[in-house]
Design a binder for this molecule. Structure first.
Ligand SMILES: [Zn+2]
Length: 281
């Protein structure tokens, strides 16, 4: 039985965890994301994985979750602007270095997978994982498998405009993706922080809840998941789990809205867990 090694490759740090056959975490290591040019960064990254595997004492199946995705046809990393790997054939090169197949997925997809397999969404057929952190990401899991999509961007709901923008909101702030009014610019952790600074805690949360309800109504109308699991820093705002469901019927195309909106079970560990789960037990 092989061990599973999950990697959460972030913009500032890399976290690796190794899991035994029962899914128990046996080892966890953390290092800063290399900032050097691609070749050096690739070597450092490879060495970090191999050193961790050596500590585990056994050859591992490796899964990697990262911002952006590996484009299904070109094999190049796309949308991972804050890593030295963007635009490169990271999967191909890492597989050469480590001499094995390596599975990749977007970090929000890993989050959704971890929560769907044995977290808040366990037992649900269709799970939407919404990450409300520095950015806004989303992942879709159907019958315990990640829905990757034709371009590897399925679930990237953060880069669509906030629905039903008011006159005051329109056209919305400029987004990193080059467009205006993206959900990410309204529903991220920093966006909530800005509202709190401007309007105070209670008012800011009410404004934010309405925007999040509009954003999630898009997901419900389009995908109609059995559950929406929320992760990222904003997921710790307990009041949202009462206010957002109350607002949803205003926006969802159904008079009754029964989609549970719940916080993630595994929190920050979802990245490494979901990455390891890209390999079946
Ligand atoms: Zn955007």
């Amino acid at each position: 039985m092989a061990l599973r090694l999950g990697v959460d490759l972030g913009g500032t740090k890399i976290e690796i965890a190794v899991f035994d056959e029962s899914g128990r975490e046996i080892l966890r290591r953390r290092a800063p994301t290399p900032r050097a040019g691609y070749d050096v960064a690739l070597e450092e990254f490879s060495r970090f994985i191999l050193d961790t595997e050596k500590e585990a004492g056994q050859r591992c199946m490796i899964g990697i979750g990262m911002p952006g995705t590996i484009h299904p046809r070109s094999g190049r990393v796309v949308n991972a602007y804050n890593t030295p790997f963007n635009g490169r054939r990271l999967k191909h090169d890492l597989e050469q270095n480590l001499n094995r197949e390596i599975r990749f997925a977007n970090d929000a997809n890993c989050f959704a997978l971890s929560e769907a397999i044995d977290g808040a969404g366990a037992g649900c057929g269709v799970v939407f994982g919404a990450i409300l952190g520095t950015g806004v990401g989303g992942g879709i899991v159907v019958n315990a498998a990640v829905l990757n999509g034709h371009h590897g961007i399925a679930g990237e709901w953060g880069h669509t405009p906030l629905p039903w923008m008011t006159r005051e909101e329109h056209p919305g702030p400029m987004c990193n993706c080059g467009r205006r009014g993206c959900i990410e610019q309204w529903c991220s952790g920093p966006a909530l922080g800005r509202e709190k600074a401007a309007h105070g805690d209670e008012n800011a949360l009410a404004i934010y809840a309405d925007r999040l309800a509009r954003a999630l109504s898009l997901v419900i109308n389009f995908l109609d998941p059995e559950i929406i699991v929320v992760g990222g820093g904003v997921s710790r705002e307990q009041r949202l789990y009462a206010s957002v469901p109350e607002l949803l019927p205003r926006y969802v195309y159904s008079s009754v809205v029964e989609t549970p909106i719940v916080p993630a079970t595994h929190g920050d560990a979802s990245g490494v867990r979901g990455a390891a789960m890209l390999w079946p037990k």
